[in-house]
Ligand binder design. Sequence first.
Ligand SMILES: [Zn+2]
Length: 241
Amino acid sequence: MSSRHKTVALKTAKEMNQPRPVIVKNLLTCSQSHEFDDAKEEWTVQSLIDESSEGFSNHCHLCHTPNLKYNFILENALNGTTIQVGSTCILRFGVGLGKMDVDSGAIFLNNMIEEKELINFLQTYSSRVMVLHPEGRTLKKYYESLKRYFDLRGITAPTQEQLGLVIFGIKWEEQSTFNQLQMKRIFYNPGSIEVSRTKRTRPTHNPKEGTTWGHKRRRNVETTLARSASYSPEGRVVDNR
Ligand SMILES: [Zn+2]
């Protein structure tokens, strides 16, 4: 865990018990309890949406912070109400995290964000790898992203349905037979897929047309998507209120 992450966690912990009156009012309005600390316990983080989702709110329902990149959807166990909030309110006031401490909560939220970003990538790029000879670098990144997604969810051997839902969404069963086979090949046997030549590869290392990706794989050539700068787990919670 980085020092930056710890700094954020400590800062939020100190402020944990000092919600502004407007935040207290907003939470109590949609909770059953009339005490802030009790009301907090009624809520659970359910899911995460971004601006491409219907019903996205650009401000936090609790503190009204604008320009949210993500909405965490919190559901009230007693009355079924949902509210959409930024990560800051969740961590600062411990709303929706149950018994989790601030550090575990930050990791939990960051994992949700990473899963969301991975799904966005996997669905956006699916048409690029659902071809007979996908481009090598794209296939590699796609495979790594798919692995990372299921790693985060603790799944080592995803089923056809699990792969389909992640790659194509709820209409995965309408995909062609080729696509359904290809998604399994990508996860379980990417080396068996013949790739096309990478256009951006330097001339000295040009793999021959038709070289399988499995043969030209090298260690540490590229960072994985999960480790690249834009996917740094630290900072997301800070930046994406
Ligand atoms: Zn907020």
